[in-house]
Design a protein around this ligand. Structure first.
Ligand SMILES: Cc1cc2nc3c(=O)[nH]c(=O)nc-3n(C[C@H](O)[C@H](O)[C@H](O)COP(=O)(O)OP(=O)(O)OC[C@H]3O[C@@H](n4cnc5c(N)ncnc54)[C@H](O)[C@@H]3O)c2cc1C
Length: 466
């Protein structure tokens, strides 16, 4: 038995953790799962209880080897990593087949020197391909490129009866698995299309806005000029400055954009965490005073850059938090909650109301980000919808947190929005069924694939998904 949590470190539960190295081992483990069932786990970067299964079995998929990688859709090989452990193979058109346990970090490290980048990356590259598919993750390019599932050509899925299914976007089980939070089976492999890049650098424009209205207006009017965009909001700024932001928007750099010294190793990629959080941090390390100081410094730091064009590496642009190993421990022993919701375009008033409520309550969040979503995928439980998404971290110890977030849930639901399952650790089953309109359709497909309910997680029980 191992005590497992999500990245937010709230609600630990014990489970038997097994690490299959092959599809055959995973299938054998399924037959040994008891009444409490089984769920797959990647690198545990979902914030809540999605990859936990109290009293049951959890399959750590990071060691899944695909010695039998099914690369039938691929042309000749441009590169590969095989021979034990998580593997991948790349063809000259940028199509990759990867075992589910491969991390996006490893893929980026291997593929970047060959001139390819993953189609979608979340705010951390320490997620597995299986986790990226199961949560249908989105990145800063959602308004242009949609979410991860939109780029997947095929999946190999191990279902409850031990069968391995080859799924394509023509199959309903494919779209129940994309965004299906591991509840349709164990994803063994995915084949997806990567993006060609000429350099490993980004051309980035930094801009400051004075308040929320200016933030929304600037993003609505000019986001389409960039492939990647995000706004960081200073949630502790109140009054006239409420919602003031730093916009960071960019594109992959061409060699001509780089100074001569960078052109020599234009596809270099080897980021390492520069700092490590202490193994133990006092619960009050991130408090109102420290976060206010951080926010002021961050907003101030953007001033000289505002209106300027910068060249940044992939890691600082996409994954600034990965620069501090184990940063999630800085919230102290009670952990933290990530609240991420989406509301459709036209619901800007709800967004303003939420920001005003959080800002007025003095919520201590040093990371609040706003993004515009484009078209979603056909995945039934996928989170993104055309509209706005706001995400923030809040220490679990913040007083009055539960009541306030329940109130925000109601506003989000009334506006036709929803909460992201990969971040959630606290919404109610009623909120879930009110805001994911295709839940029953997903349940029906899931039931056909897993009639006895073998695949289950703490998240599934809490939200009565099955
Ligand atoms: C700092 C940070 C920033 C983030 N930024 C973003 C962001 O910008 N956009 C975004 O979309 N998400 C973001 N996330 C969330 C993260 O991308 C997702 O939670 C992702 O699913 C985590 O992948 P993982 O491999 O750690 O999976 P886990 O967290 O271990 O599991 C997540 C889900 O995937 C399922 N799963 C994992 N592997 C398999 C498999 N082989 N077969 C079937 N199911 C499987 C699990 O059952 C679970 O339901 C962020 C997380 C962090 C910590």
């Amino acid at each position: 038995m191992t005590l497992l949590t999500g990245w937010g470190r709230t609600a630990p539960t014990p489970a038997t953790l097994a690490r299959p190295r092959s599809a055959a081992e995973a299938a054998a483990l399924l037959t040994r799962a008891g009444r409490r069932g089984v769920v797959a786990r990647g690198l545990g970067r979902s914030y809540g209880d999605a990859a936990q299964n109290a009293g049951g079995l959890v399959l750590d998929c990071t060691g899944l080897d695909s010695t039998g990688l099914d690369c039938t859709g691929l042309d000749s090989t441009q590169g590969d990593r095989t021979g034990g452990g998580p593997s991948w193979r790349l063809d000259p058109t940028g199509l990759v087949t990867a075992s589910a346990g491969v991390s996006l970090h490893d893929l980026m490290t291997d593929l970047m020197p060959k001139g390819w980048f993953v189609p979608v990356t979340p705010g951390t590259r320490y997620v597995t391909v299986g986790g990226a598919v199961a949560a249908d993750v989105h990145g800063k390019n959602h308004h242009v490129d949609s979410s991860f599932g939109a780029h997947v050509r095929s999946l190999r899925l191990l279902t409850a009866d031990g069968t391995i299914h080859e799924l394509t976007p023509d199959d309903e089980l494919f779209w129940a698995t994309v965004g299906g939070m591991g509840l349709t089976g164990v994803i063994l492999e995915a084949t997806f299309r990567c993006v060609p890049v000429e350099t490993s650098r980004m051309v980035v424009d930094v801009e400051r806005t004075r308040d929320l209205d200016q933030t929304l207006e600037t993003m609505a009017e000019t986001d389409h000029r960039y492939r990647y965009t995000v706004a960081w909001i200073d949630l502790l700024a109140g009054g006239r400055r409420m919602g003031r932001s730093v916009l960071t928007r960019g594109d992959h750099a061409a060699p001509a954009d780089l100074p001569a010294r960078m052109r020599r190793d234009r596809l270099a990629f080897g980021p390492r965490p520069r700092l490590a959080a202490p193994p133990w941090a006092p619960g009050g390390l991130l408090n109102r005073a420290t976060v206010r100081a951080f926010n002021a410094a961050w907003y101030g730091k953007a001033a000289p850059a505002a209106g300027k064009r910068l060249i940044q590496g992939i890691a600082p642009f996409f994954h600034p938090l990965d620069g501090v190993a184990g940063w999630n421990r800085m919230y102290g022993s009670r952990g933290f909650v990530q609240y991420q919701f989406a509301v459709p375009f036209g619901a800007e008033d709800t967004l303003r109301r939420v920001v005003a409520r959080l800002s007025g309550a003095g919520v201590v969040s040093f990371l609040t980000v706003l993004k515009r979503f484009g078209r979603g995928t056909p995945a039934m439980l996928s989170f993104p919808m055309p509209g706005w998404t706001l995400a923030l971290d809040i220490p679990a110890a913040q007083s009055g947190l539960a009541g306030m977030l329940t109130e925000l849930d109601e506003w989000v639901a009334a506006a036709g929005g929803r909460i992201y399952l990969a971040k959630d650790s606290r919404m109610s089953a009623a909120m879930m069924s009110a805001t994911y309109p295709r839940l029953d359709e997903w349940r029906e497909i899931r039931r056909r694939a897993d009639p006895d309910g073998l695949f289950v997680s703490d998240l599934a029980r809490r939200l009565r998904l099955l």
